[in-house]
Design a binder for this molecule. Sequence first.
Ligand code: UD1
Length: 432
Amino acid sequence: MEKYLIQGGKALAGEVHISGAKNAALGILAAAIMTDEEVTIENLPDVSDINALLEAIAGVGAKVDRIDKHTVKINGAGIISTVVDYDYIQRIRASYYLLGALLGKYNRASVAMPGGCKIGSRPIDQHIKGFKALGAKVVTENSMINAEATKLKGSHIFLDMVSVGATINIMLAACLAEGKTIIENVAKEPHIVDVANFLNSMGANIKGAGTDVIRINGVEKLHGSTYSCIPDQIEAGTFMCLAAATKGDITLKNVIPKHLEAITAKLVEIGVDVMEMDDSVRVSCSKRVNSAIVKTRVYPGFPTDMQPQMTVVLAIADGISTINENIWEDRFKYVAELRKMGSVITVEGSTAFVEGQEAFYPAKVEAPDLRAGAALVIAALAADGYSEVTSIEYIERGYEDFDLKLRNLGASIEKVDVSDEKAAQKFRMSVV
Ligand code: UD1
C-alpha cells in the first residue's frame, strides 16, 4: 500500500498530456472480444482498472498482447469460457460489460453480480431489462447473473433511467442480434459515442449514439479493427480544477474541448480563465474564485465524476456554494476529509453547502474513492504545507502516472510505501 506525500502551496504551471478515456476503454475492450479477428486498441490509459479488465478478458480465453503501455492487441477467437467470476467483478465492476459482449457473441454469459460501491448502491436492473427484451432468459442464482438465448432478436427498449452502463451493455449485445433494436432514453456521454464508433469500425451498424435514441441493425459478425480511444474528459477536468485551486496556469494537451464544455462553463462562471484551442485547453487563475451552484446531471450536464474536484475549488471560493448531486446517492463521503483541511461544508441529503474559506490547512487525509481521492490531492496541493493522502490505490484505478504528471507541473509530491517512515522523513526534509 502506498501513499502520497505532498508539500502544497505552489501555483502549478506547465503542460500535461491527457491519457485515453478509462470509461470509453472499458467498453471498447469488452467489445473487442466480439470478433474472432485481431483488434488493436490504441491510446489506452495505463491504469489499474484497465489492467484488471484485460486480465478478466484473458481469463475467459481471449489472447491479450500488451504491445506497449498504451496499445493492446486482442483476439477473441480462443474464448473457451463465458463465465466471469466474482474475483474479476470485485476488482473491476465494469467487467459486467463482458455480459453484453459474451451474450451477443455466444448467446450465453454468466457474470458475478456486481455489489454496491462507495458512491451508492449500483443496481443493474436496466441492463437485465435490455437483455430480456432481446430475448435472453436472465436468471440470478448464487450471486451469478446467467443470461442465455437461443437467438437474440432486435427489440424496442425504453430505459427507465439514463444509464451509461446499461446503454453500453445493451448496445454490445444488440449489435449481433437478429434485426433492428431501438434503445430510447440512452446515455449520451462521449464514451458511449466512442464505444459505438469502435463497434461500427468492426462492422456493426449503430446509429444515433450521442443522441437520446440509438438504432442498431444487427449484423451476422464483426471483424478486426484498429482504434484509438478518445481522451479522458474527467482526467482533463481534474487538471482544470487543479489549475483553479492552486491559482496556476496549466495547458492540457490531447483533449477534445467540446467534451469539457460543462466543466469549462462552470470554471469560467466562477472567474477562471479558460482558453480553448483545437486539441488543447489552457486554464489559468490569478484570483480567488467566486461561489457557484453546481448540479450534477447526465451528459451534457455537469458530470458527477467531477463533483468532488469542483467542490474542492469551491471550498476556497469567495462565498457560499451549493452542490447538488443527482446521480449517486452517497457521493459526499470525502467531505469529512475536507473538513480536516479546514473546509466548512454541511451536507443535507443530496446537497452540500460549501462556505468558502481563504485556504486549506495541510492534513493527513484518506481517499474514499477514485474521484474524491483526486480531489483530496488537489486540496493538498493547494494547502500551504505538508499533507499526506492515503488509500491512493483508488486514485490509481483511473489516473495514469498521477504523481509524475503533477511533478511535471511543479508539484512537490512523492509516492511512498505507507510504512516507509524514512522516505517520508526524507521528503519532509527536502521540502523545508
Ligand atoms: C458510469 C461511470 C461512472 C459515472 C457514471 C455516471 C463507467 C465505468 N463508470 O457508471 O464513473 O459516475 O457512469 O456518469 O463508465 N441505475 C439503475 N439501474 C441500472 C443502471 C443504473 O438504477 O440498471 C442508476 C444508478 O444507480 C445511478 C444512475 O442510474 O443512480 C446512473 O448510473 P450509470 O449511468 O449506469 O452508471 P455506471 O455506468 O455504473
